[in-house]
Each structure stands twice: as C-alpha cells, then as structure tokens.
Design a protein around this ligand. Structure first.
Ligand SMILES: Nc1ncnc2c1ncn2[C@@H]1O[C@H](COP(=O)(O)OP(=O)(O)OP(=O)(O)O)[C@@H](O)[C@H]1O
Length: 570
C-alpha cells in the first residue's frame, strides 16, 4: 500500500516557475531593500522623488478565489451593473434590503469578485478561465475543489453540468482529462483509490471485478441515449484545444465517485441498485483531520464516455423535485469526485483529487410555499448553508484577528466537515457564486453576495498552480528551445550586473552630500527603468518560447486537437 496524498505546496517550499529559475529575483530583493533604506533615510530631503513602495513588490496574501456568474436568460432589470470585476446592485424599492437600509444615501451596494461572468457568458468561457489551469494542476498531482453556491434556481447545476448543447464544467472537464491523458480503453486497473486518500494494488480477480462493476452500472443507465448525446458533445468539444502530455506515467488510472448529502445524510450515488431494497445505505464520515466518506464507492473509467455515463448514472439518482422556484431543483448537495492515480509501481504512486461540488440552493419558505418533504428538505439545506456561512465568517475573523479563539462550527454539518481543510484555505478551493438577477429574488441574492464578500477574505495557502504547467504537460524538449533558454540565461546575467550597479549607486547615494544625491538618484532610477524594461522583455521572450514549445510538442505529440475560432458556443 502506498501513502498517497497530493503534495500541499507553499510559496516558500515550491517557488513558481519564474521564481525558481530566475536568479535576478535575488537582485530584485537587494534592489528593494536598497530602496527601502534609501527611502527611510532620504524621504525628508527629496519629497519630489517618487520611490517604489516596498509593499508594491512584496508578496500579497493569497485570497480564496470567488467568481460570480449571473444567470444568462433573465434580464438585469437595471438592478445590477458590472464594471470590471465589480458588481453594483441597486436596492429595489419594496425589497427587504431597502426597508432595512438605514443609510438612505447608500442605496447601491458594491461587491468585488475574482472575475464576473455576466449574462453573455458561454459555458466554455468559464471552463477556459477557471477550470482548465486547475485540471493541469490536477494532472500534475494537486487537489482541487470547485464549489457552486447560490439561491435556488440561480443556475448552479446549469454551470456545473449544463445541457447536451451547452455542457457545463463537469462534462468539459471529463472530456479534457481524457483527451489530455489518453488511457487504453481496454486496460484493467492495477490500483484502487480508497476513500481515505490511500491506494491499494489490485489482484487479478479484483481487477476484473472492477471492470465488471463499471459495466453493471452502465447497463443500468440509459447507456445508448447517453452515448449518443456524449458523442455529439464530444465532437463539438474536440474543436477546443487541450494541453499535451508527452509522457504518461506507466500507471495512469482514473476513478470517479459521486455522493449526495440529502437531509444531512450521505448517500452513494454509485452504489449498486438493489431492486428489492428501497432503503439506501447511509455513509459516515471518517478521518481525524483529513475527513473522508467511509466506504464510498469509486468506479474505474477508461474513456470520457464511460466517465460521462457514470456521471449520468449518478445524476439519475440525485434527489430532485419541482418547487415554486425551480421545476428541477436539487434537493441535496452533490459531490462528483475524480481521482487520478499516477506513478511507476506500488511503492511510488500518488493520487490527486478533483471535487466538483454542486450545493443545493437556499430558499425562503415564503417563496417556495414548501410543505411536507419539500419543507423538511429546505430546512436542512438552509441549515447546512447557514453553517457554511458561519464557518466562513469564523475563519475570516480568526485569520484577521489571531487572538480570536472562537471555534468554527464545522461539525454542525456534513458539508463543512468534509470540506473543513479546504475552507480553512489549506487546500485549493474556488467558489462560483451564481445569482438570478430577477427583482423578486433580490433579497435572497443579496444574501449570496454577502456570503461571497466574506468568503473572498479568506487567506489560502499558495498552491502555486503555475509551476505545474511548466514542469508538467509542456516540457522543453528541442534544441531550439534549449538555445533560447541559453540566451535568456545570458540576458539574466546581464540583468544581474545592472542590479548590482544599481545597488552600488543607491548605497553610494546614501553616503553623499545632499546636493549630489539627486543627480545620483536620477541615475539610479534610470538604471532601474532599464532593468524593468529588460525584465518585461524577458517575460515576453519566455511567453514566445512556451508558445513555440507547444507548437513543437503538437507536431511530435501524442495528442493534438486543433481549435476552431468560429465555434464559440463550446
Ligand atoms: N446561464 C444560463 N443560461 C440559460 N439558462 C440557464 C442559465 N442558468 C440557469 N439556466 C436555467 O435556469 C433553470 C434553473 O437553473 P439550475 O437548475 O441550474 O438552478 P440551481 O441553482 O441549480 O437551482 P437549485 O438550487 O434549485 O437546484 C434551469 O432551467 C436552467 O436551464
């Protein structure tokens, strides 16, 4: 058995590509320190000289990324305006928010997001901007979670799953995984992921049994129908470009799991359907710090079609119902989980996990008029979302005030127990908040926006997604690229000299008579400007090299799919 949790990276342990390979960064720090000292000593004498602030070049905190998607088929009604990554909303007359608002001058609220996907956004825009880079990171061994949050009917499931014509994040991700890492479609699995993040080798009987289990699930879905839809979707998605993997590890296996949390109970959506047993088995949570779902079933898949069919198998069993807000409303939180096992042998393999978490939507009783089972469901949904809100609030407060000793109530809901590590910023997690801009949903929407405002203040560990891209799928291979890199090294050496000269001048300036300093500082600033220009050129050159590498790889590569510019709906 091999120990297998994806490495958790911090900025210090794993500097990103540029940091790791760029010796000029050391000079940059020297330069920055030099400037700080110079500013400290000289600010009084030369108030007209603009210094670059030390904080400008210091690493910023890495905040949880929160994206907003505004439902596309509902007019904005002049209530919402998007400007860059800001959302402005006018409190509509008659809304509870307007009634509660004591400060009459402040009838507009402002929320900032990592990015806003407005009503014109296509499904592929979200995938390209938010998910693609995380898939590359996942292929390189890092865990990722995406959580969609919002009021009932705001478009969460549409964003996550989508339709046959407009596939959402999960089908696109499935298509992307399998086009990037091609697995032989008749291969038997060698290892199996356990729910606790470990992996076990499989004996020959077990390997056959796993494939038999997959077939038994596929038989129970409307396989042919799904296959037709998927083939058509796959044909259109295949017009989109994917990353290229030159070399696959000898062991590369994909397994998928799918659970729902319904009425605060966890059910496996991939467990066998027992025709004579209506009762579903409830699963419990295990693990001390890293929580997992005990006995969760993972299914081995070798093609995108198989993965898609297993997804559909689970979706058919998800708890949906019609409510006054949404004809097809998810009554449960669902977690579709992809596990990738890579490595060389049983002693040396690792697993990475990508969780797609579609939260059930909050809903007000006075909007849904729910009764009976629906009412019980909404109460449980609202309670678990409230716990999520409280946890987010508490984490934010603790991070901002280290003396704050209050405990976040993770244990109060299954959802927050499972995602505690991620919510605390220790794993890579992003949130997609969906809103329905209809005026009668305003008060509920405002609640979701306020949640997002708090969530984005959570500080996360830096997962340094960037370095994976450069160490992983796109590797330097040709002699041309080597030459280019060699030239860049020479350029960097030159820059180091520039920075050293700059440092020397700055130090000299500090020791001089006041009337000489200005002249020297002007020289220093000139050298600095030159160095910055060179740095900028270097970045451009690097970009060109990477572009060139991709083209070269695409000529020799295992996988190459051309892109089509005129297809913007996929
Ligand atoms: N961007 C969009 N473009 C077109 N239709 C959309 C869009 N977003 C949502 N819809 C439609 O709105 C309806 C509600 O969306 P969806 O079921 O995804 O909401 P939800 O947030 O998941 O709701 P619930 O929490 O109740 O499950 C669906 O019919 C969906 O097709």
């Amino acid at each position: 058995m091999c120990e297998t949790s994806a490495p958790k990276l911090s900025m210090d342990e794993n500097p990103s590509f540029l940091r790791a390979r760029d010796p000029s960064i050391i000079s940059w720090n020297m330069y920055r320190n030099g400037l700080k000292n110079a500013r400290h000593n000289l600010a009084n004498d030369f108030s007209d000289v603009t210094f670059i602030s030390g904080s400008d070049t210091q690493k910023q905190d890495n905040y949880l990324e929160v994206f907003l998607r505004i439902r596309g088929d509902v007019p904005l009604n002049n209530l919402y305006t998007v400007e860059n990554n800001m959302l402005y909303c006018v409190l509509p007359e008659g809304s509870q928010a307007a009634r509660n608002n004591r400060d009459k001058a402040q009838l507009v609220k402002k929320f900032e997001f990592s990015h806003i996907f407005d009503v014109h956004t296509k499904q592929n825009n979200i995938f390209d901007l938010v998910i693609k880079e995380r898939i590359l990171s996942f292929i390189n061994g890092h865990n990722s979670t995406i959580m969609v949050y919002g009021v009932s009917g705001s478009g969460k499931t549409y964003t996550m799953v989508g339709t046959a014509e407009e596939p959402g994040i999960i089908p696109r991700a499935i298509d992307y995984f399998f086009r990037t890492i091609k697995i032989k479609s008749n291969k038997l699995p060698c290892f199996k992921p356990l729910p606790n993040g470990k992996v076990i080798p499989l004996g020959s009987q077990d390997r056959l049994a796993e494939v038999a289990y997959l077939y038994s699930l596929l038989e129970q879905t409307n396989g042919l129908y799904n296959a037709g839809i998927f083939r058509e979707m796959e044909r259109r998605l295949s017009l989109n470009e994917v990353a290229i993997v030159d070399q696959l590890s000898p062991i590369t296996e994909i397994w998928v799991g799918f659970v729902e949390i319904y009425n605060e109970r966890i059910y496996d959506l991939l467990e066998p359907i027992e025709s004579n047993n209506e009762q579903r088995t409830q699963l419990s949570i295990g693990g001390a710090t890293n929580k997992y779902i005990r006995n969760q079933k993972y299914v081995y898949v070798r093609t995108a079609l198989e993965a898609y069919q297993v997804l559909q198998f689970g979706i058919q069993r998800l708890s949906y119902a019609a409510t006054a807000i949404n004809q097809h409303s998810s009554r449960a939180h669902s977690i579709f989980s992809v596990r990738l096992i890579t490595g060389y042998n049983s002693e040396n393999c690792k697993i990475s996990i990508f969780n797609f978490c579609d939260l059930a939507g909050s809903e007000r009783m006075n909007k849904t008029f729910n009764r009976g089972d629906r009412l019980k469901e909404s109460t449980k949904i609202n309670t678990s979302l409230l716990v999520l809100n409280r946890c987010i609030n508490c984490i934010r407060e603790k991070q901002q005030n280290k003396k704050n000793s209050s405990m976040a109530p993770f244990r109060d809901s299954k959802l927050t127990q499972l995602f505690q590590e991620a919510l605390e910023g220790k794993e890579n997690i992003i949130m997609m908040v969906n809103i329905n801009p209809s005026p009668n949903m305003f008060d509920d929407t405002l609640g979701a926006l306020q949640f997002s405002a708090i969530a984005q203040q959570i500080v996360c560990k830096d997962m340094s997604i960037m370095e994976d891209r450069n160490n992983g799928p796109n590797q330097l291979s040709t002699s041309d690229s080597q030459d280019d890199i060699h030239k860049l090294r020479e350029e960097l050496e030159l820059q180091k000299l520039y920075f050293a000269e700059f440092q020397e001048k700055a130090e000299l300036a500090l020791t001089m008579e006041t009337n000489h300093i200005k002249k020297n500082l002007n020289e220093v600033i000139h050298i600095k400007d030159l160095a910055i220009e060179r740095l900028e050129n270097k970045v451009k050159e690097l970009e060109n090299i990477i572009r060139k590498m991709k083209m070269e790889n695409s000529n020799n590569s295992i996988v190459e799919i051309s892109s089509s510019e005129d297809d913007d709906s996929y």
